[in-house]
Design a protein around this ligand. Structure first.
Ligand code: GCU
Length: 431
């Protein structure tokens, strides 16, 4: 039974497993890392140093955004589809009376069968005043984040077990009921509510299904059509990031939500999407990268863990067409994770690693967060205090938080304890 369930569960976990087996191009030997040069967030394209906040905000920040658009994630189309919020289902007595559960469909076209995403929102029942909210995409469907029978189980993308092709055929199906609550550990809904926060989530496959060939089934073609640009000009990570901004649009219409305090969280590939979303959209007030790894917080130029080769090979749809030129050549990348993190400044940023998540290169994630601290400092905030990585399970928090936790690539209760403490401390500073 456990095996049958595991097979049904998490198509994404399955993909991750397959990939972690392909370690041939990964280096896990620190002595083989070799020298590398980090691009400097505080040097302008013309070689001049960035010496003040205004130059950062008016000149350097847009320069960096443009490089990430051109070379990595693609430019988010400015076209605004006709968005409708519909099919709202509210239960004010959810989770044994502890929560208000709201579910809404966000339609991205006038058609009911067009692109749409389903947002699940929990708010603490006894909230006094506006509620700050954590927002994050989920991997396997809204119904997996809690065993709550009231969560609507919308269709998810799964591999066709009968498929013999490579890549396997994918199907869009109502999920198996046995997957309800299967990712509850990574979401910690009760813990979040008990601390006075709300939690909002969307299945990322609603925005664009995550497989090669999935692009035609997500939002990319429709949004790019008016621009005449090809789909390869943008990316799946870009599309997921776009969806997160649309979730903020919705949350701003929610009267009970404190839209000045929306904290964005993303794990792994969804951490990459979260960082890019927050780099572009400053309405995200606090950002958490949970093991976003290479192509996210980590340093691609540091030759440890996953490579540009692997990213382009296994997940060509995640990045734009230009990114392909960096296969085998991370040294040529004009940007790196330190600059992606710098784009979050001066907003509070938490970067988390896990000791056994070597593919993400925890040290690369730490060093990127440390380096981004120089931009925080320029903007009057505090970065990480030391260039030496803290010991395992010893979080450090200034305006940037960091920890490397014991264990595997995952989101755990320990991680959430730190994020909640960090969010509390930062709200204390702002209120
Ligand atoms: C793969 C991929 C990583 C990614 C991870 C995930 O392991 O190589 O870059 O972060 O999947 O999203 O779980």
């Amino acid at each position: 039974m456990a095996r049958a369930l595991a097979a049904l569960l998490l198509p994404v976990a399955l993909i991750a497993q397959t990939n972690s087996a392909q370690t041939n191009r990964y280096n896990f030997d620190e002595s083989k890392v070799g020298p590398y040069t980090l691009p400097d967030p505080l040097t302008l394209a013309n070689g001049q140093p960035v010496k003040d906040a205004k130059t950062w905000t008016d000149v350097r920040r847009p320069e960096l955004i443009k490089i990430f658009e051109d070379q990595v994630y693609g430019k988010t189309p400015a076209t605004d589809p006709e968005i409708r919020y519909s099919d709202v289902v509210t239960d004010s007595g959810a989770l044994k009376g502890k929560a208000i559960r709201k579910q809404v469909t966000v339609y991205f076209s006038p058609r009911n069968d067009g692109p749409q995403m389903h947002l699940l929102l929990y708010l603490p029942k006894d909230a006094k005043g506006l509620v700050p909210v954590f927002l994050g995409l989920n991997f396997n469907g809204n119904h997996t984040v809690h065993a709550d029978p009231g969560i609507i189980a919308h269709e998810v993308w799964v591999r066709d077990p009968a498929s013999t092709t490579k890549p396997a055929k994918m199907l869009h199906l109502p999920p198996d009921e046995r997957t309800r609550g299967s990712d509850a550990n990574a979401w910690q809904v009760e813990k979040i509510l008990a601390k006075g926060y709300g939690i909002a989530t969307i299945y990322y496959g609603d925005i664009e299904p995550d497989f090669v060939g999935g692009v035609g089934l997500g939002v990319r073609p429709g949004l790019l059509e008016p621009t005449g640009r090809p789909v390869e000009d943008w990316s799946a990570l870009g599309a997921w990031a776009w969806g997160l901004s649309r979730a903020v649009d919705y949350l701003k219409t929610e009267k009970a939500v404190d839209s000045r305090h929306i904290a964005l969280i993303g794990h792994s590939r969804l951490g990459k999407a979260a960082l890019w979303a927050a780099a572009q959209d400053t309405r995200f007030a606090l950002v958490i990268s949970n093991e976003s790894g290479k192509g996210g917080a980590s340093l691609l130029k540091r030759a440890y863990g996953e490579t540009t080769d692997h990213l382009n090979d296994a997940f060509p749809h995640w990045f734009n067409a230009h990114y392909k030129q960096y296969t085998g050549h991370p040294e040529k990348l004009p940007i790196d994770g330190n600059e992606l993190l710098a784009l979050i400044a001066p907003r509070p940023l938490y970067v988390a690693s896990a000791e056994e998540d070597r593919g993400s290169d925890p040290k690369g994630e730490f060093l990127a967060a440390f380096d981004a601290g120089r931009v925080y400092k320029l903007l009057g905030k505090k970065g990480l205090p030391s260039k030496t990585m803290p010991a395992v399970d010893q979080p450090v928090m200034t305006d940037i938080g960091y920890h490397v936790r014991t264990g595997k690539h995952d989101v755990t209760a320990f991680d959430w304890d730190q994020y909640l403490a960090f969010a509390d401390a930062q709200r204390g500073k702002r209120n």
